[in-house]
Design a protein around this ligand. Sequence first.
Ligand SMILES: Cc1cc2nc3c(=O)[nH]c(=O)nc-3n(C[C@H](O)[C@H](O)[C@H](O)COP(=O)(O)O)c2cc1C
Length: 312
Amino acid sequence: MKQDIDISVDFAGVRLANPVFTASGTCGYGDELADFMDVNVLGGFITKSITLKPRKGNATPRIVETDSGMLNAIGLANIGLDTFVEEKLPVLEKLSTAVFVNVAGETIDEYVAVAQRLAGEAAIAGFELNISCPNVAKGGISFGTEPLQAAEITSRVKEVVGEKVLMVKLSPAVTDISVIARAAVDGGADALSLVNTFTAMVIDIESRKAVLANRTGGLSGPAIKPIAVHLVNKVYNEVAKGCGIPILGLGGIRTASDAVEFIIAGASVVGIGTANFIEPGCAVKIIEGIKKYCVRKEIKSIKELVGSLEAG
Ligand SMILES: Cc1cc2nc3c(=O)[nH]c(=O)nc-3n(C[C@H](O)[C@H](O)[C@H](O)COP(=O)(O)O)c2cc1C
């Protein structure tokens, strides 16, 4: 039975119908999921990373399946800002869900240029700054591993996006993720998203070569979920809770129970990535499952659940 209860959330000032997003890079630019689900049922949609110029990405093979997960080394392949504005923005303009554009680049100026061009677009609720891509030679993850750079890129982009929500996407590949989270908040981030993928490798023992042409790729999917839950809980306790900054938690979410785990750990909203390749449209089931959990536990608002992990 469909449970008709309100699971809307306030995410950094944006009202969302529910706390479920699709994750960057796993659902294209908005129209690719249409055969599987009504994108408008999502709390939020995040585009594939957009860079100033189109990028072909890395050589193939750039995807390989692993136990309970996958590695990707796509290398930020994307259509570039101009084509995005001409061809994809009109599609996104028709959506009623909150749209976030994921921005990437090789230099701070490139990030700023992309965000500045899109900041005035009414169809866009906010931006997700990808400072955590492990699969590119220049830029990408380097902004996300150095606190001073993380703060600088955040503040430079915040200057141009004005009132739009600026979410900064963190890498798990650091000694202390809270240090980078703090730097992003100090730089003006309105929200944090974590985590991006974990750098990993698969070897073909016959050829003794790495399976991916890039040698390494980012591990995602259920295999990373317990680590991601821990990192969300750590950033929630050490940074986000104190300053009231919401977290988008992601990493291996496949079911409503997975999503609720992230929320209890401290996420205000959650993202579904790799699971879209296994079961496109699973977000619908996850939204319904969260509602059922709230009814069963007599939870009146998602806010009550956020960071509600009990001691002991
Ligand atoms: C094929 C693929 C492409 C991705 N592309 C991007 C991207 O362009 N930008 C980005 O910020 N994250 C990208 N990600 C990372 C996901 O958004 C997400 O952070 C990560 O996969 C962990 O979530 P999951 O385990 O639910 O997939 C990509 C992930 C996959 C699997």
